[in-house]
Design a protein around this ligand. Structure first.
Ligand code: UDX
Ligand code: UDX
Length: 483
């Protein structure tokens, strides 16, 4: 039974790409609610508390302003996990749920150890009636696990003369990185899944501070969990579909931009998510689809599993397709050739590189023996180093001092300046759609590159005319018009 009339204190476990921005917006819209975001990672918490708002751990347009307004008032970041669970009326679980690397379901199923450990912490430290909200994307029926841990602990608490009761809700987040604040402030819908109307109403009341009532959808808990996985699978499926057609465009003389416009004008299809690119990246799409595949297999539905797995398979194929065609255009070999990579983040306006297509394409080119100079306006050299795993980051100075590039075959370095980056380069490859790449002075770049020089535009953001006028060879995704 619900014994609360309103939510005054929220605790969010997980100060990541989802937890941080989501709680910042709730704090901004609900000054009457105290919000504590807690995380095991002390370094991350220190960054959230950095006086310099440019040094928050996450780059998201609009986020720094909100944190500046609310932090220290009703938005707090700390590692006081036990204490803040203890004072919370509502606990959001927003921890990572990576794909399992070993054991049952390895490579597909989500690893729920963090979610389970959060549930155990809530079970242990909560006081009174607590609503637990699943924010992380989870396999359908995860709430059952959380409930069994929470309800199991109740008898223990009664035994110790402590009162505790719980309700579990599912409230998946649909924000996309780069537009997280906009998406949170003006969501298409807010989804709340649960079995207890009073608890659902308390969560709904929070959102009603800024979201119109008709946009708040209430469903049963399993529908909510499955809807989140399905939404990501459908979005990713659209990208794999358009990318597969881009290859056909290149072979037939069609142009993917024209095909996208033509099909997107059909209101039944709609125009969004039809931009062909280097393949989808990000922390969610691949993980969530593989999770869906695992669930379908688990429930004895191999045809359903195979259908969705192809969305991921095509994405891999498409990423490697781009690496291969770069090598082919560069006269069949990139050994010792300098290639500038513009963009390492998985999309523009974020510093997130998780599952970025740049990782796959850079690794392919490194394996082929190219020397990569990598530029990204928001991603640090250290991040690239860790994403490329054992591929060593050579100092630019060291490479520049050598005229003999061959010595550095299969190496990479970080470069902050696009124009310096192009000095002596054989090719420039645009992999992330950062606006500054669409403003490049190609005449200037052309003077610096080694001939024959190529520009590869996997995001359709470069002016074909400008590049060709600058006497550079040009390839762009899904463009078969020059065959
Ligand atoms: C995560 C999930 O990956 C995604 O499926 C879900 O939809 C939302 O949460 P994200 O916020 O991008 O997405 O993850 P991440 O940036 O890795 O942040 C998770 C944070 O949780 C990390 O800072 C980690 O230190 C923290 N954490 C993890 C805890 O505080 N406690 C734990 O027990 C486990
Ligand atoms: C996605 C979902 O959009 C969001 O609702 C969910 O909560 C988390 O996963 P995100 O991964 O942050 O969000 O970004 P999104 O904009 O969906 O882009 C994912 C990938 O698809 C990026 O690599 C992007 O470049 C690519 N993409 C997107 C395309 O290649 N073409 C498009 O038309 C759209």
């Amino acid at each position: 039974m619900t014994n609360k009339k309103e939510i005054k204190n929220i605790c969010c476990i997980g100060a990541g790409y989802v937890g941080g921005p989501t709680m910042a917006v709730i704090a901004d819209k609900c000054p009457h609610i105290q919000i504590d975001v807690v995380d095991l990672n002390n370094e991350r918490i220190s960054s959230w508390n950095n006086d310099d708002l440019n040094l928050l751990p996450i780059y998201e347009p609009g986020l720094a302003e909100i944190v500046g307004r609310c932090r220290g008032k009703n938005l707090h970041f700390s590692n006081l996990i036990e204490e803040k669970i203890g004072t919370a009326d509502m606990v959001f679980i927003s921890v990572n749920t990576p794909t399992k690397k070993k054991g049952i379901g390895a490579g597909k199923a989500s690893d729920l150890k963090w979610v389970e450990s959060c549930a155990r912490q809530v079970a242990k430290f909560s006081k009174g009636y607590t609503i637990v909200v699943e924010k992380s994307t989870l396999p359908v029926r995860t709430a059952e696990t959380i409930m069994s841990i929470l309800y199991g602990s109740m008898s223990d608490k009664i035994h110790k003369n402590q009162t505790a009761s719980f309700e579990v809700l599912s409230n998946p987040e649909f924000l996309a990185e780069g537009t997280a604040i906009k998406d949170l402030e003006n969501p298409d819908r807010v989804l709340i899944g649960g079995a207890n109307n009073d608890a659902m109403e308390l969560l709904s009341e929070i959102y009603r501070n800024w979201v119109p009532k008709e946009k708040i959808l209430k469903t049963n808990i399993w529908s909510s969990e499955l809807a989140k996985l399905t939404a990501n699978a459908f979005l990713a499926q659209r990208i794999s579909s358009i990318n597969s057609i881009s290859a056909l465009c290149e072979a037939t003389g069609a142009d993917i931009r024209e095909v996208s416009r033509a099909i997107g004008s059909d209101t039944r299809i709609g125009s969004k998510f039809l931009d062909s690119g280097p393949g989808f990246g990000g922390s969610c799409f691949k993980k969530d689809i593989l999770n869906l595949v695992y669930l379908a297999e688990y429930f004895g539905l191999p045809e359903v599993a195979n259908f969705w797995e192809e969305v991921v398979n095509i994405n891999h194929w498409h990423q490697h397709r781009i690496s291969k065609l770069i090598v082919k255009k560069l006269l069949g070999t990139v050994v010792g050739k300098k290639i500038c990579i513009l963009g390492f983040a998985f999309k523009a306006n974020t510093n997130d590189t998780r599952e970025s297509s740049s990782i796959t394409i850079c690794k392919d080119l490194i394996d082929e023996g190219a020397i990569l100079f990598i530029h990204d306006p928001q991603v640090s050299s250290a991040q690239i180093y860790s994403a490329l795993e054992k591929k060593e980051n050579y100092q630019i100075k060291e490479i520049k001092e050598q005229n003999d590039f061959l010595k550095y075959e299969g190496q990479w370095c970080f470069e902050e300046n696009i124009y310096n980056c192009s000095e002596g380069a054989d090719a420039i490859v645009v992999l992330t759609e950062w606006e500054e790449y669409s403003l490049i002075d190609w005449k200037d770049i052309s003077k610096r590159m080694r001939k024959p020089s190529w520009v590869f535009d996997s995001r359709s953001i470069i002016s074909q005319q400008e590049v060709i006028k600058a006497n550079l060879n040009f390839w762009r995704i899904g463009d078969g018009t020059n065959i």
